[in-house]
Design a protein around this ligand. Structure first.
Ligand code: NAD
Length: 434
């Protein structure tokens, strides 16, 4: 029996829930609704546009990924979400200012029907945000149970076969792992005792896993990256993934740095600065939220360049990342990079990049792919951290304290080989004719 036979079919509706209904989430919903109506092509989405080679090069067999693995059909997706701000998805999309009115009008009614469920929210975790559409509970366990009830209700009301959750909420303040995060038992006691170290995103994650719903985290805060949640995900057979969508400047970094390293070019400085004017930029203007982002952005070069193995090339690298909140630019970020490299006989060279990017336009296809691949993983009985989805994250989670893989091209190979193996095909090694 090939492996394909054990992946459960994608039948019925897939409820796609996002804690957070801001710029990224509404751009994702709007794009998928436009694709459903045949208005836009799914640009940037590997699940929709990507091909995968099967067998040797001489076989010339390269189906679309969506024809190779049994993914949910986009027409079977139903959206929902939670947000402490009471705007429906149309109002939130207008406020986010990512999409032009002529793109929103044809899907206005569908977006207006997506109304946020009340959120589990604590302002201490996102200082620059105020919201009134929030849940009240006697303790954090009660809040988690209310979220579980929302999930159940959503599934029933929309007649869904399955649910999947992708965190698109604001970046929470930076935190290190605390005692309460170290085991499921400690975490569950912490929920009952209102432990202040349990953040809202962790409460959503706990509720999702209790309901056996796959959960991916698009923000840099810990969320599902704690031992208690690993333990719970293993116990309940639930796939989890994170963290921090890899878009914009970090995407470019993980494209360029592997290139420098493969040619053994040295690097002694990489200065990255951004201006960003959306609500995410405003939230990141708070030093505690920025700290979460900074940790996630800084990590990538270290693991790609391996300064311990290549001290002559990378041990003196000075890496700096700045994010500046600058409202006039809204979601249209501008990121500058100055890269100081050196070559033969240590002669210095410089590269300057000016990336005028659109954050949510880059993030939306990632959110879609994560939802579809996490749903696939669940139907293939996968559990715990889905390392094969590192491709989508700035700061990929790993299991068993393994070193993360940040090189975009290795990540892509890993993702595709995982799909090949799941479908009973040979992984591609690129050896000889392969
Ligand atoms: N756009 C990108 O390229 C990109 C890349 C990497 C990561 N991210 C992360 O994705 C997340 C979303 O980005 P965005 O641009 O949509 O931000 P946004 O500010 O437009 O939207 C975030 C939404 O989350 C809501 N929220 C905050 N706390 C919540 C809670 N506890 N429960 C439910 N909702 C909550 C906010 O009210 C807001 O509507 C951020 O954490 C951001 O750092 C975005």
């Amino acid at each position: 029996m090939s492996k394909k036979d054990v992946i459960a079919e994608a039948k019925g509706k897939l409820g796609f829930l996002t804690p957070g209904m801001g710029a990224v989430a509404t751009t994702t919903y709007a794009g998928i609704l436009s694709i459903q109506k045949g208005i836009s092509p799914p640009i940037g989405s590997l699940t929709q546009m990507g091909h995968i080679r099967i067998g040797d090069r001489s076989d010339d067999d390269q189906p679309l990924i969506k024809d190779f693995v049994p993914l949910a059909d986009l027409n079977d997706i139903v959206f929902g979400g939670w947000d402490p701000i009471d705007d429906n998805a149309y109002e939130a999309a207008v406020r986010a200012g990512v999409l032009e009115p002529h793109h929103l009008q044809p899907i206005r009614e569908e977006l207006e029907n997506i109304k946020p469920m009340s959120a589990v929210f604590e302002q201490s975790w996102v200082k620059n945000l105020e919201g009134s559409n929030t849940k009240k509970g006697v303790n954090k366990l009660d809040l988690a149970e209310q979220l579980m009830e929302d999930m159940e209700q959503f599934k029933k009301t929309h007649n869904c076969d399955r649910l999947v959750i992708v965190w698109c909420g604001s970046t929470e303040a930076h935190q290190e792992i605390q005692e309460v995060h170290k085991s499921l038992e400690a975490f569950e006691n912490g929920l009952k005792n209102n432990d202040p170290n349990i953040s809202p995103s962790q409460i959503y994650a706990y509720a999702a896993i209790s309901k056996e719903i796959p959960f991916a985290n698009g923000a840099p805060n810990l969320s599902v990256d704690i031992p208690a949640i690993f333990e719970y995900a293993e116990k309940n057979n639930v796939p989890i993934a994170g963290k921090d969508f890899k878009t914009g400047q970090t995407l470019l970094k993980t494209i360029l740095a592997p290139g420098f390293k493969s040619r053994l070019l040295g690097l002694n400085g990489w200065f990255s600065t951004n201006i960003l004017g959306n609500r995410d930029g405003e939230v990141l203007d708070d030093p505690d939220s920025f700290k979460s982002k900074e940790v996630s952005k800084l990590g990538v070069l270290e693991t790609i360049l391996q300064p311990d193995k290549y001290p002559d090339l990378y041990k003196d690298l000075y890496h700096k990342v700045r994010i500046n909140y600058y409202p006039p630019r809204r979601d249209n970020k501008e990121g500058w990079d100055n890269i100081d490299i050196f070559g033969w006989m240590q002669y210095p060279m410089q590269i300057k990049i000016d990336f005028l990017c659109r954050d949510s336009i880059l993030a939306a296809p990632i959110v879609l792919d994560l939802a579809l691949f996490m749903d696939l993983a669940k139907r293939n009985n996968q559990k715990g951290v889905q390392e094969w989805l590192s491709f989508y994250f700035k700061s990929p989670q790993t299991s068993n304290n393994l070193m993360p893989e940040n090189d975009l091209f290795i990540q892509q190979t890993k993702l595709k080989n995982t799909l090949r193996v799941w479908m009973g095909e040979e992984p591609i090694t690129h050896y000889e004719n392969n």
